[in-house]
Design a protein around this ligand. Structure first.
Ligand code: ACO
Length: 371
């Protein structure tokens, strides 16, 4: 038996949801650059779940379904208010809240395709409300009910702040959602597929995926990037900070990728958004620091920024607290997880690889009083 550490390069399944070929990312065959420039997040959800772009009436129906299902059972909001520690990380709160949703869905364990598709809509609709509700509850504020006349991106920002966002914020947030929606067999998507391949339910798959996304080597990196930018503080501090980190062989968050060795195609969109938004907010230093870090890490290590690097300054410019960055990633990636979960169910086989045993051999049991 031979092993590949971290399953690098191992092809574990077939999928038609998204692909990364020669550093080009596509969703159902559409280049991410094309979708980032032209599609809304609702269109991308439809594309990922149905394999084609929606016609207008189909998009209207999905938009309505998402708005109609965005509310959260009061019991879950009350449960959030009762969490023992308001300083709990919002990803931990989200993981628990998503799992709790299953308890209020009488179809949670119904496994036919139609029931699973309806659950997908309910989950996609409710996840942003869960994130914004928890954010408000921990600040001692009441959660805000999503508005049926606002789109997905606008509703997120509205239920977070209570204020109707402007077009610039809506468009930037929507584009960030499009860019994060799916990414082939990344760690959290693989987790979701492994989970539901046991024929466990959709809620279990998404809960498991959130657990995997939480880690700093995956979705948690965007928050870590913002923490680093705050620690650095000013552009002139970048050089000594990054020099010391590189000399100490520390990982610079937001750089490197298991699959892309020629750069992450999503990063350039977020870099442009970061430039634009930080100029609008009058805080270009977050972009300028990011560019300087990028130049140093790319120049000295040959490591390129991934999706998490510039998304940090984008979300910060939208006034979002940095521990919500990874939950926002989850809000978007839920669309991809659900597409993969539906695909897994449609052609399922239990995912059960092997391990090469490297432990001790031929041990003989010793009674406890003789050890
Ligand atoms: N900073 C400094 N050095 C790095 C970085 C980094 N960000 N990333 C990789 N390296 C170095 C490693 O130390 C290693 O060096 P070595 O060979 O001298 O030991 C070499 O590059 C190879 O790196 P691995 O960690 O083996 O690469 P792997 O494919 O296992 O990991 C990963 C990829 C996890 C993304 C890694 O690059 C990393 O930890 N980056 C920082 C965290 C991050 O940004 N994660 C988000 C990824 S994108 C996403 O999930 C949304």
């Amino acid at each position: 038996m031979s092993t590949t550490k971290g399953l690098e390069g191992v092809v574990a399944t077939t999928s038609s949801v998204s692909s990364i070929i020669d550093s080009v990312l596509t969703y159902q065959g559409y280049d991410i650059d094309d979708l980032a420039d032209n599609a809304t997040f609702e269109e991308v959800i439809y594309l990922l779940w149905n394999g084609r772009l929606p016609k207008q009436d189909e998009l209207d129906q999905l938009t309505k379904d998402l708005a109609d299902n965005a509310d959260i059972p009061q019991e879950i909001l009350d449960f959030m208010k009762a969490y023992p520690n308001k300083d709990v990380h919002p990803m931990a709160a989200l993981r628990t809240a998503i799992s709790s949703l299953a308890l209020y869905d009488d179809q949670a364990d119904v496994m036919d395709e139609q029931a699973n598709r309806l659950k997908a809509i309910r989950l996609q609709a409710k996840i942003p409300t869960l994130v914004t509700a928890f954010s408000r509850i921990r600040e001692g504020k009441d959660p805000i009910t999503p508005r049926k006349d606002l789109g997905f991106a606008a509703n997120f920002l509205y239920t977070l702040t209570g204020e109707e966002p402007d077009e610039i914020a809506i468009n930037a947030f929507d584009k960030a959602l499009v860019l994060h929606a799916d990414h082939e067999l990344n760690a959290s998507t693989f987790t979701a597929r492994v989970c539901v391949a046991t024929l466990s339910d959709v809620y279990s798959g998404v809960t498991a995926a959130i657990g995997a996304l939480k880690g700093p080597l995956h979705g948690g990196a965007n928050e870590a990037v913002m923490k680093m930018l705050h620690e650095i503080g000013e552009v002139e501090n970048v050089e000594p900070y990054i020099r010391r980190a590189l000399d100490n062989k520390e990982k610079i968050m937001g750089f490197g990728h298991r699959v892309y060795k020629n750069g992450d195609p999503r990063a350039k969109h977020l870099r442009e958004m970061s430039k634009k938004l930080t100029a609008i907010t009058g805080e270009p230093k977050w972009y300028e620091m990011s560019i300087k870090i990028d130049e140093m890490v790319t120049g000295e290590k040959g490591l390129l920024p991934n999706v998490d690097f510039y998304s940090a300054s984008v979300y910060h410019s939208l006034g979002i607290k940095y521990d919500l960055f990874t939950p926002i990633f989850a809000v978007s990636r839920t669309s991809g997880w659900l597409a993969h979960i539906l695909e897994q169910y449609s052609n399922n086989r239990l995912i059960r690889p092997r391990a090469e045993y490297v432990g001790p051999d031929k041990q003989v049991y010793v009674p406890i009083d003789q050890r």
